[in-house]
Design a protein around this ligand. Structure first.
Ligand SMILES: [Mg+2]
Length: 215
């Protein structure tokens, strides 16, 4: 029975590299529009911008599987999740990305974790098509998944909730948890530091687990 909850981002947090960044660098046509610019200008939601990039991917099955490898999932994930479970910590993934690659990487690593992400399917001729998770209790029009909602659900149960992330879409969720249970690196760490908020940083996801296990 889990009495504590670790909500974790996936891309750049459980993995070294982010799917969208690798895909933009390697698998998009050179004339692909700048959807992030449209997002910054408020013309697209975060979900729509990501989905347009993902649908622009043209790659063979072999190429896309090669890309997943380059994401470098935490090699100690399975052992870390098991050790956390033994100590009463349930791990849940909350991602604004796509379950298509998250599920594949977790399967390959033999790890079973609850995943809240955007559903999607990949095909070489149509790219990675995402759908909004409208049936999810954590549905967000902007990101697909409301990460802060996942954290709030844990807090409402009155249990200890930790959060680990690395990006700006993680900010609202990270701010909800106590500072000793708030793990950040990358853009999330910069944002929290700019706002004068304390957090713990980590080099790899296994360190988040080690920190929690050390109490
Ligand atoms: Mg991330």
């Amino acid at each position: 029975m889990s009495s504590k909850l670790l909500v974790s981002d996936f891309d750049g947090t459980m993995t070294r590299n982010e799917f969208y960044r690798l895909a933009i660098e390697q698998l998009l046509p050179s004339d692909c529009p700048d959807f992030w610019q449209d997002y910054r200008e408020g013309k697209l939601t975060h979900f729509e911008a990501l989905d347009r990039y993902f649908r622009s991917i043209r790659a063979s099955d072999q190429q896309i599987l090669g890309l997943l490898k380059q994401m470098e999932l935490e090699p100690r994930l399975s052992a870390s999740v098991d050790a956390l479970a033994d100590a009463g910590w349930k791990v849940v993934i909350a991602s604004a990305g796509c379950d298509w690659y998250i599920d594949r990487l977790l399967d390959q690593a033999g790890v079973e974790i609850e995943v809240h992400a955007n559903p999607g399917e990949f095909a070489p001729t149509t790219g990675l098509k995402m759908r909004l998770p409208i049936d999810s209790p954590y549905f967000s029009h902007e990101f697909g998944i409301d990460k802060a909602g996942v954290v709030r659900a844990g807090l409402r149960q009155g249990i200890k909730v930790a959060f680990a992330g690395d990006g700006l879409p993680d900010a609202d969720a990270a701010k909800l948890v106590p500072e000793e249970l708030r793990f950040a690196r990358g853009a999330l760490a910069s944002l929290l530091a700019d706002e004068g908020l304390s957090f713990r940083t980590y080099g790899c996801w296994a360190e988040v687990a080690e920190n929690l296990l050390a109490g």
